[in-house]
Ligand binder design. Structure first.
Ligand code: ATR
Length: 278
């Protein structure tokens, strides 16, 4: 499609970014509404994020998605920040408004929630949830998970202090237990979310075995063409509901699309087309 003056410009910025599926997802969403968009990937060298965003805005772009490792920088450079972004202290979506302002939002938490509760049909109210890891991704998802009023949220991380820091940030919003992996005691979490980068290294975090039952939803925020080490571990332990983060990726994109275009795209067909391309 040849870009003309009506073509709205978007991008996803990160480092590395070459394998991002966001351009494919947003083009598919745009096709659903006959919208003319240009969505590219921008590999941002460390130290150049703020300038890259400003240059992109000055070029007439309408907004961008932001991924690892720039979600905190995206939050910090914004002129206006949504409540969701403020609570996470990080942003994955920037909107360039007609007053030349950079507005930051965070759609990661809503994306995960929609995948778990709507697509996978797993309710979270009054449930026991375990999060493994305490990096940037966790700050984005904790407020959304707590909004469903689980009975207990446990955050376990290799570096205990990082888990405790996140718990302190959200302690007014629910019951959170946080620390090293030794805080995971007792059997039977309803949902276990792997938010560590361990899968990227072909490893699994040191999860106590009894924390999973046959009814547990085991959810890896990572996605790839084959099951992650965490997913294989969960299946070995007998979990029947095991998934990667492709659904969250598509759902967070759908929410960003809504912020930019005011329309809600259909997501399930996109997930089906995307899976073989991983
Ligand atoms: P993101 O923004 O994607 O969450 P991050 O901030 O770098 O990325 O966080 C990565 C998370 O994976 C951290 O919780 C990290 O644990 P530490 O805080 O102790 O560094 C965790 N992690 C990375 N590799 C791991 C491994 N091999 N085993 C367990 N946890 C791991």
């Amino acid at each position: 499609m040849v870009a003309d003056s009506k073509t709205k410009k978007f991008a996803v910025m990160g480092h590395p970014i070459r394998h991002s599926k966001s351009p494919m997802i947003h083009r598919d969403f745009a096709d659903q509404f006959g919208l003319d968009i240009n969505y590219e990937t921008i590999d941002v060298e460390p130290g150049t994020f703020a300038q890259t965003v400003r240059d992109f805005q000055a070029s007439g772009a309408s907004g961008c998605n932001v991924t690892v490792p720039y979600k905190i920088d995206a939050f910090e450079i914004a002129d206006v920040r949504s409540e969701r972004a403020q609570r996470a202290g990080a942003a994955n979506t920037l909107i360039f408004d007609d007053q030349d302002r950079i507005c930051a939002d965070n759609t990661d938490g809503v994306g995960l929630l929609r995948d778990i509760t709507h697509n996978l049909q797993v309710p979270l109210e009054n449930k026991r949830i375990l999060i493994l890891g305490a990096g940037g991704a966790v700050r984005g998802i904790v407020p959304s998970l707590l909004s469903k009023q689980p009975m207990l949220l446990v955050i376990a991380n290799r570096t205990a202090a990082r888990a405790r820091e996140i718990a302190a940030r959200f302690e007014d919003e629910g019951t959170i237990l946080a620390g090293g992996y030794e805080v995971v005691s007792g059997a039977g979490f309803d949902v276990i979310i792997n938010a560590t980068a361990a899968s990227m290294e072909g490893e699994i975090p040191p999860i106590p075995e009894r924390c999973l039952t046959s009814k547990t939803l085991a959810y890896d925020l990572m996605y790839s063409d084959k099951p992650t080490p965490f997913m294989l571990w969960a299946r070995m332990q007998g979990a029947s509901k095991v998934t990667d983060g492709l659904g969250m990726l598509v759902e967070q994109a759908a929410e960003s699309f809504y912020l930019w275009h005011g329309r809600r795209p259909e997501t399930l067909s996109v997930m089906t087309t995307l899976r073989p391309s991983l």
